[in-house]
Write a protein that binds this ligand. Structure first.
Ligand code: ATP
Ligand code: MG
Length: 332
């Protein structure tokens, strides 16, 4: 049974030192944790980068395992967090006396705080101020605009970014080694690419691939994620780059016909063009071509999300990319 534990929980870092990526931010929090004087915090950033993890690790680092039970209150989106909860549960916790080492505070973790109603947030303002000598808040949210201004102004706002590929890769490999999962280096790269800086997604995709196929290879990962093959999209770009229009159209049509949503396809294409080396590597020409490609792919993405016929747009994209390549080659 234990074997079926989700890796995202099994390998959730317990202390700040295990958290990968976002180094300046994590360093800052570690310094705060050491001093014990943690201000109210608002942790903001995209999903799966460690906001909840950091809030929990911070609690453990500042208070220690023994005190966590009494001195930390954690509320997430699965708990009711309307105005009544703020008035009762949160306020009551603030008023409770807990003996702590000097300079330490109780901590209330409000996870997914952007789903709290504005009224509940308003009720929080006063409480945050009133009890700040004994109780600190750590709020986590995906977008700061859903947190009312007065709360933002009471908090140190800590911004998380998507994790770098190297951070995702190293953490992922250490989990796979720990679990004795066989993998191919290409399979790892495919997970890293599809996760796009989301550690939760990387671990979940790796675990699903392991369950389904028993080994991590590119092909298996793509089956699990149901995402178009970066290698094929790269091939499409290469065909455009070398001005083989007919073949390029054939390639993109074939990918489209294997059943991917055009918007996913174009979004992945954009990332392939952005991150992978083009044939015309380096130099001004390579750079110009990449920028032109990204511009055209971006415009196509916009048209497709506007609802325009996708196959037609994809064919048109092929012709535009071939044109870009021609223009830049002849400008030489
Ligand atoms: N920076 C990180 N270092 C190591 N593991 C991480 C990191 N970020 C995420 N993880 C892994 O992904 C899981 C989910 O991360 P977490 O719950 O902290 O994400 P989150 O930023 O709170 O996302 P959401 O906005 O969706 O709530 C963790 O349990 C952990 O296994
Ligand atoms: Mg979270």
């Amino acid at each position: 049974m234990l074997d079926h534990q989700p890796w995202i929980e099994k390998y959730r870092p317990r202390t700040l030192s295990e958290v990968v990526g976002n180094q300046p931010v994590v360093e800052r929090l570690r310094a705060l944790a050491l001093s014990g004087n943690v201000p109210h915090l608002l942790l903001v950033g995209p999903p799966g980068v460690g906001k909840t993890t950091v809030a929990l690790a911070l609690a453990r680092d500042t208070l220690g395992d023994a005190l966590i039970q009494q001195a930390v209150l954690e509320l997430n989106a699965s708990d009711e967090r309307g105005i009544d909860v703020v008035r009762n549960k949160i306020k009551m916790f603030c008023q409770q006396h807990v003996t702590l080492p000097p300079g330490r505070h109780k901590l209330i973790i409000l996870d997914e705080a952007d789903s709290m109603t504005p009224a509940a947030q308003q009720a929080l303002r006063r409480i945050m101020e009133l009890y700040s000598s004994t109780t600190r808040f750590a709020l986590a949210a995906n977008v700061s605009s859903k947190i009312i201004e007065p709360i933002q102004s009471r908090c140190a706002v800590i911004r998380f970014r998507r994790l770098g590929d190297e951070a995702v890769r190293s953490r992922l490999v250490s989990v796979l080694e720990e679990e004795h999962v066989p993998y191919e280096p290409d399979g790892i790269e495919t997970i890293v690419f599809t996760a796009d800086g989301d550690m939760r997604q990387a671990l979940n995709n790796a675990q699903a691939t392991w369950f389904g196929f028993g080994v991590i290879t590119t092909e298996h990962v793509l089956r699990v994620c149901d995402s178009p093959s970066p290698a094929r999209l790269r091939r499409f770009l290469e065909l455009c780059e070398t001005q083989k229009f007919e073949q390029a159209v054939g390639e993109i049509e074939a990918i489209w016909r294997s059943g991917y949503a055009a918007s996913d396809l174009v979004a992945t294409l954009f990332r392939v063009a952005r991150t992978q080396a083009m044939i015309t590597e380096g130099g001004e020409r390579g750079r110009d071509l990449r920028l032109e490609f990204l511009r055209e792919i971006g415009l196509t993405h916009m048209r497709i999300t506007d609802g325009l016929s996708s196959l037609l747009q994809l064919t048109a994209l092929a012709s535009k990319l071939v044109r870009c390549a021609e223009r830049i080659h002849t400008a030489q």
